[in-house]
Design a protein around this ligand. Structure first.
Ligand SMILES: C[S@@+](CC[C@H](N)C(=O)[O-])C[C@H]1O[C@@H](n2cnc3c(N)ncnc32)[C@H](O)[C@@H]1O
Length: 135
């Protein structure tokens, strides 16, 4: 978590937990979609928002592109991605753009409003794009 106390170095890394419901068995191979070689590195570095400018007022906004890559690697189209600490809703937006379904859980009313607004904007943009592609 970003905490500036000015008594030590600030962490340059954030730990993420990615939990997969594989039906309780290790027998089934987990989804691991190998993407372009250049993206499949064990250190992934992406800017937050657009060109490093945050898209939301949430203090711990995550890079949307990074989240999207993780969604594309670990899930398939039509899967459900759950973010039970949704914050500004980046995971849900990334999942939706990648053709997945998303469930976002957040307790702060102002962040929920932010998530709804972002989600509506993404849905509108995707609908526009689909209209453009119609013959
Ligand atoms: C680190 S932020 C989430 C960042 C987000 N996952 C993303 O990808 O951008 C954590 C969020 O979890 C929310 N939160 C904390 N405890 C919660 C709870 N018990 N139920 C729902 N939301 C909670 C906080 O309000 C905060 O917005």
């Amino acid at each position: 978590m970003p905490s500036v106390k000015k008594t030590t170095f600030r962490s340059a890394y954030e730990m993420g937990l990615w939990l997969i419901n594989d039906g309780g068995t290790f027998a089934q191979p987990r989804t691991f979609n190998f993407l372009t070689q250049a993206w499949m590195r064990n250190v992934m570095s992406y800017l937050i928002g657009r060109d490093g400018h945050k898209r939301t007022q949430h203090p711990t906004e995550k890079p949307e592109l990074l989240t999207r890559r993780l969604v594309e690697i670990f899930t398939n189209e039509g899967d459900i991605v759950l973010d039970n600490f949704a914050g500004g809703g980046t995971t849900g937006v990334a999942a939706f753009k990648a053709g997945r379904n998303a469930i976002s859980i957040e307790r702060e009313a102002n962040y929920i409003a932010m998530i709804e607004k972002r989600q509506r904007a993404v849905e509108a943009r995707l609908a526009e794009r689909r209209d453009d592609e119609r013959p």
